[in-house]
Design a protein around this ligand. Structure first.
Ligand SMILES: [Zn+2]
Length: 268
């Protein structure tokens, strides 16, 4: 029988313990019980965020937003299945407040077709639509017009607004990643390669994130040679994968060993 390891609980479980999806074996990466827990947690978080974050949207403002976009989706122009969406997601918690962003507020609301709304989810809309706009049938003109509208409502230039959203997202990601790491280190768990890779994939500067969000125990843990080496190794492995240079495993291993020797020398 084929088993698949859940990316959340890391347990190997039979395939029927997973919902259908785009992952390996045609299933999603997270097992059914973990998905259920995650969905519930996400609904709870959304509700809590909706209540605790600023809500200053009047009915007149709501009407004026829809009017501005001709009662159609700001990005696709579709006129059906519209929802008034939070551009900076509620899911980002209180961090956006520091950046003067987010909440159920006039400058953060925009009409999206339901497909755009669910594609965006809790992701960074700026990165998502700039990179994958075509996939969602978003024209560059509509995207630029939507950004201009949002930036203006936020009293910023387009460049300042997008920079701020990106910086905010970076902080949200850093905070979340470090929270998980802190929890694990607190309970004397070992940090493993994929947890490091998760941060690297998000372009987080691990040393900086640990300095900013790590507990003193986490900071000590990350100062050990073992962890520093693991980070260096993962970084290198990812670079090799990304460069798409096809080298055989022996060569890669040799190179990693060489770099580690170099790294140790430098840190002596
Ligand atoms: Zn699981």
């Amino acid at each position: 029988m084929v088993n698949k390891t859940c990316s959340k609980c890391r347990q190997a479980k039979p395939l029927d313990e997973y919902n259908k999806g785009k992952g390996r074996f045609g299933k999603i990466a997270v097992c059914k019980s973990c998905s259920k827990e995650r969905n519930k947690a996400s609904i709870d978080r959304r509700r809590a965020n909706l209540m605790s974050l600023p809500r200053y949207l009047t009915e007149e403002q709501e009407v004026s937003i829809f009017e501005h976009f001709n009662n159609s989706c700001a990005l696709t122009g579709l006129k059906d299945k519209l929802c008034l969406d939070h551009f900076v997601p509620l899911d980002w918690g209180v961090t956006p407040l520091k950046y003067g962003l987010g909440g159920t507020t006039f400058p953060n609301m925009i009409p999206f077709h339901i497909s755009i709304n669910s594609a965006k989810n809790a992701m960074n809309p700026v990165m998502l639509f700039e990179r994958y706009g075509e996939k969602y049938n978003i024209s560059a003109d509509r995207w630029n017009a939507a950004l201009k509208y949002l930036a203006e409502k936020n009293g910023l230039s387009v460049a300042d607004y997008t920079n701020r959203v990106n910086a905010c997202y970076m902080e949200v990601q850093s905070d979340r990643w470090a929270t998980g790491i802190n929890k694990k280190v607190e309970t004397n768990g070992e940090i493993v390669g994929w947890e490091i890779e998760r941060a690297l994939r998000r372009n987080l500067n691990i040393q900086v994130v640990i300095e900013l969000f790590g507990t003193s125990k986490t900071k000590d843990y990350f100062r050990t040679t073992k962890v520093s080496e693991m980070i260096a190794r993962r970084k290198f492995e990812m670079e090799v994968r990304q460069s798409k240079v096809k080298r055989n495993l022996v060569e890669i291993t040799k190179e990693v060993e060489r770099l580690l020797v170099e790294y140790r020398k430098r840190n002596q």
